[in-house]
Design a protein around this ligand. Structure first.
Ligand code: PSU
Ligand code: MN
Length: 305
C-alpha cells in the first residue's frame, strides 16, 4: 500500500540507500511569515545538500501526501492556504484535497512509511503551560516512531519540565549534542538536564543503534543548541514568553492555533530577533541531521559489502 508519492529524486535515493533527511512543512505554512518561510525552506534543503545528504520536504499538495518537493512546489506551499497536519488531520487534507503543512508528528508518520530514518526540525511540540490538556501529538509520535529527530529543544513557550517528564515516561532518550543541558529553542540554557550528552554524529548513530537493538520503538531525540551568535538569553526570553502567553489566554487562543499565535507575538515583541534565531537554529539542525544521515548510510553500505 503506497500512501505517499515520492519525488523522482527521493525514489532514486531510497532505492540506492543514499542519506536522506526528512524536513517538516508546518514551519513553512504556519511557523514563519512569507517570504522568510520560502527562503528558509530553500536554505534548509541547501544546508542538507551541502553536508552530502538529500533533503525530503514532506507536505500535502491537493490532498496528495508528498515526499520531496520541487522548487515550484515549495514556493506554492509557502504562499497558498494550507491546513496544519498532525496525525489526526491527514484524512481531512486527503478527503478535502487541501494543501497541508505537516507537523513533527505528521512528518514522522510519513517519513517512517517512506523508510527515512533522520528528520530535522526547529522545535518539537510538547506540554503547553497553563493548559493541562494541550499536549502535542509530537510527543506520542516520538514515543512510537523509531527515528532520529534533530531539534533545538522544545519550544520555550511550553512547560519544559513537564515535556521532559512525558518523554521519560514514554522511553524517549533526550540526547544533548555536545551539551548536558536541555536547550530551550531561542536560548541555549534551560536549567534542565538531558538524559545523555553525545559529541559526534558517529556517537549518535551508535547510540540509536543500541537503543533500537533493545527492541524499543521510540525515537531518539537529539537536541542541538542554537548557535551562540543568534541565541537569546533565557532571562531576556522569559518575560516575552510570559507576556505572549498571557495575551493568548486573554484572547482565548488554544488548540492548533496556539503555537502559531505565540511565535508571531514573540517575533513582534523581540523586534524580529526571535525570527532570526528561529532561522539560524533550523539551519543548524539541518546540518547536524545530514551528518548523522551520512554516517548511517555509510554503515548500512559497509554492512552489505
Ligand atoms: N517550532 C517552530 N515553529 C513551528 C513548529 C515548531 O518554531 O511552527 C510546529 C512544528 O511543526 C510542531 C508543531 O510539530 O508546531 C506543534 O504544534 P502542536 O503543539 O499544535 O502539536
Ligand atoms: Mn496542541
Amino acid at each position: 500500500m503506497t500512501t505517499f508519492t515520492p519525488s523522482s529524486e527521493i525514489a532514486r535515493a531510497l532505492k540506492l540507500a543514499l542519506p536522506i533527511v526528512a524536513l517538516e512543512s508546518t514551519v513553512v505554512t504556519h511557523g514563519l511569515p512569507h517570504p522568510e518561510n520560502l527562503h528558509l525552506a530553500r536554505d534548509m534543503e541547501s544546508a542538507v545538500q551541502e553536508e552530502g545528504a538529500i533533503p525530503a520536504t514532506i507536505a500535502i499538495l491537493n490532498g496528495q501526501v508528498r515526499v520531496g518537493l520541487t522548487q515550484a512546489e515549495v514556493e506554492e506551499l509557502s504562499k497558498a492556504k494550507a491546513i496544519k497536519v498532525s496525525r489526526r488531520d491527514f484524512a481531512t487534507a486527503i478527503v478535502k484535497k487541501t494543501h497541508g503543512g505537516t507537523t513533527v508528528a505528521g512528518t514522522m508518520l510519513v517519513a517512517q512509511q517512506a523508510g527515512i530514518q533522520v528528520f530535522a526540525t526547529g522545535g518539537i511540540g510538547g506540554v503547553h503551560r497553563e493548559a493541562p490538556f494541550d499536549i502535542s501529538t509530537d510527543l506520542q509520535s516520538l514515543a512510537d516512531t523509531p527515528m532520529i529527530v534533530v531539534c533545538a529543544g522544545a519550544k520555550a513557550i511550553l512547560d519544559l519540565p513537564a515535556t521532559l517528564e512525558y518523554l521519560e515516561t514514554m522511553g524517549v532518550p533526550v540526547v544533548g549534542y555536545q551539551t548536558e543541558e536541555f536547550p530551550a529553542f531561542y536560548s541555549r540554557e534551560s536549567g534542565l538536564k538531558v538524559s545523555v550528552k553525545l559529541d559526534s554524529p558517529e556517537e549518535i548513530a551508535a547510540f540509536a543503534k543500541a537503543h533500537w537493538s533493545m527492541g524499543l520503538k521510540s525515537a531518539v531525540l537529539v537536541t542541538n543548541p542554537i548557535p551562540k551568535l543568534t541565541a537569546i538569553p533565557k532571562k531576556e526570553m522569559d518575560p516575552v514568553i510570559e507576556k505572549a502567553s498571557e495575551e493568548a489566554k486573554q484572547k482565548g487562543v488554544h488548540g492548533q492555533a496556539l503555537t502559531p499565535f505565540l511565535l508571531q507575538r514573540i517575533n513582534e515583541l523581540t523586534d524580529g530577533r526571535s525570527l532570526q534565531a528561529n532561522l539560524s537554529l533550523l539551519l543548524n539542525n539541518a546540518r547536524l541531521a545530514a551528518q548523522i544521515a551520512r554516517v548511517l548510510a555509510l554503515q548500512a553500505r559497509t554492512r552489505t559489502v
